[in-house]
Structures are given as C-alpha cells and as structure tokens.
Design a binder for this molecule. Sequence first.
Ligand SMILES: [Zn+2]
Length: 387
Amino acid sequence: MYILTALKDNEVMFTITRNMTRDQLLFLRKTSKFTCPQCETPLRLKIGKVVIPHFAHIILTNCLTSFSERESPTHLIGKQHLAEFFTRVGCKVSVEAYIPKISQRPDLLVRNKRKTFAIEFQCSVIPTVDIEKRTAGYLRVKIPSIWLLRTPPNIQLTTKGISLIKLTKFMHAFIKNLPTSGATIITYDPSTAKFIYFSQLVHISGSSFLAKIRALSIEQQTFPFAQVKMISKEERVDYWKLFMNKRARFLHNRIRSSSFGVRDRFLTNCYENKVRPENLPLCIGFPIQDSQVILAHLAEWQLELICTLREHHMDVHDITDKWLESYILTKCKVTDKVTALTVLTRYCKVLQMLNYNVYTPISEIFISESILLAHFEQEIVAKRCEN
Ligand SMILES: [Zn+2]
C-alpha cells in the first residue's frame, strides 16, 4: 500500500511532492516521525529506486479500506501529478484527506472558490457498484466526485481522425454526455503526463466504439476540464462511412458466425421476412446513443423490435413507455433497464420520423442513406447534451 500524505511529528500534515530531492527525503526520514493520519500507526518513508518515494504502514491495519483502490506505482505517480495540477489552477488540494462522516478517503480533495470536489484517479478495475457507492457517499456530504480513469495502455495516439476502439464494460460506467463533445470519457496517462479524451463515442457492438481521440498535456489542462470542440461536418461524414462499413461487415458475416443454428432469433427473423442480413434496410442496425446497455448488435435488437411490433399489430406511433418496459423485461438482455428504455424510445422516435410502416414487408423497405445521415447527425453527434 502506497501513501503520499502522513502526519509529521504529530504536528503537521506532510505530502510528498515531486520537487523534493532524495537527499531532503533521506534527511527527513532520519529526523522525523511519520504516522498514518487515520489509524495513527507509524508509517515508513520509503525511498526506493522502482517506486517513487511514498509512505507505507509498518503494521498491517484495516484503514486501507477507506481508499478507493489498492494503490499501484502508476496510481501513486498520477495522484502526485494531479495534486500539482489542481494546485497550479488555483485549488486548495488535500492529498488522501480522510472524510470521517463517510469513512472515505478520496485521492484528492480539491477546493476552488466555489466548490469542493473529490477526485478519484482510477487505475484498477473495481466493481461498478463500488463506484456508485463511493459516489453516493460523497454526495451525502455534498461533495461531487470526479472520476478520472487511467488511459488504457493499448491506445494508439498516432491515429488521426476517427478511430475504432475497444472500451471494457468497466469503462462504460465512466461515459458522460458533455455539451460539445457528446458521449465522452476523460482519462489521464501518467507516463506521458497527458489527458486523453475519447469523445463523440458511437457504440457499434459489444465493446467496440467509434471515437475521436484527442490528447491534452497536463500543462494545457484547465479546471473545470477543457472540452473537445464540436466535430466538423467532414468528421461527421467520416463517422458515418466508418459506421456503415462496420455494419455491412457484421451483417455479411452474420450467417457464418451464427452458433445458435435454427434457434438463432436474428436469422429466423431474417428468414421469415425473406431478407438476407446484408439486405436489411439501413434503418435496421442504426446507431443509437447509449446502446451499449443492450447486449445485442444494433441490427439484432432493432429487427426484433420491428418484428414484435408487427406480431402485436402495433404501429410505431402507438408505442408507449409501458409497452416498451414490458418488452425490455421479456425480450432484451440489458445491463441497465432505465437507460435501455431511453435507447428504445429514441429508436422508436427515429422510426416515427422515417414514417416507418411495420406492415410493409422488410424486403421492400427502402430508406435513402442521405436521410439517415441527417438523423445520425442529429441523434448521435450534434445534440447529445441532456445530462
Ligand atoms: Zn493507516
């Protein structure tokens, strides 16, 4: 367990910063006593070669549970960088400050003129419920929390324009809808001292997303965090082209990759509608914001919905929230029912705007790409700022 802040000589709080030299720290180790601000047991000041200087408990105690994660060297370095950053932008910073009321210890507690924030730099994967619990804990004491993820190590920053990336289930929990950059995850990479933004996220299937990736050095960062500019018209067209390409490839390979045989719902739906997967109209397999909460490919759940509507003799204009709620319970595998309802509602709106007629055989439906591109820009890219 690595810690940066200790009680020095039972008098003052002491945080190790990057500008302290080895010699200064060696001297301090000889002349001062350090204890853990929370459990009050002695701490050892460790000045090694592998990990940056830090404190460690001499006796194992249970005060470690107040931290959001068992710390790694990367986490420790990131915490130090961020402490310097928040100080530079004019905040009062407490590293590893303990909040007794909720028994939590955020990585940083920062205060600007108006507000106090808990900053968590998350390097390890922890259960999503733990993040929700800790966020709720901070809210109980009226402190909003900002979770900053460590940049995944496999990200290629050389790619220009729009990239195809993989985001793990754990990362999905950190997607925020921001005014200009849409669905966005902000990460920090201590090895390069850069904030890496994954913005305008468009879900494809499973862990695959399209994203605009941008880097911002910690020296250029501001607080509140800088936002990525609204994407350009050209970039929107690039998104669409890449998306359509991925959709076509998925549908083309779908028959071969089926492992369910005759019980495959999607292929059965295609067969009953006398349409090959690759010939489905473009509005089936259409990108919808937050669709990662539904555990099926866009084309699969959208075709299923349309087939069910026809079975129930329902028009796209007759769909109610109640009907969709029960539809989710019986027909969809989802990770989050509330978000799934907004996703399905949004898709139904697209169908309504297209005047989709569920009684027309699917094989005879034609919707031009230019009309869908306009919807794509509206729904996915341009105005994703409700949260
Ligand atoms: Zn302790």
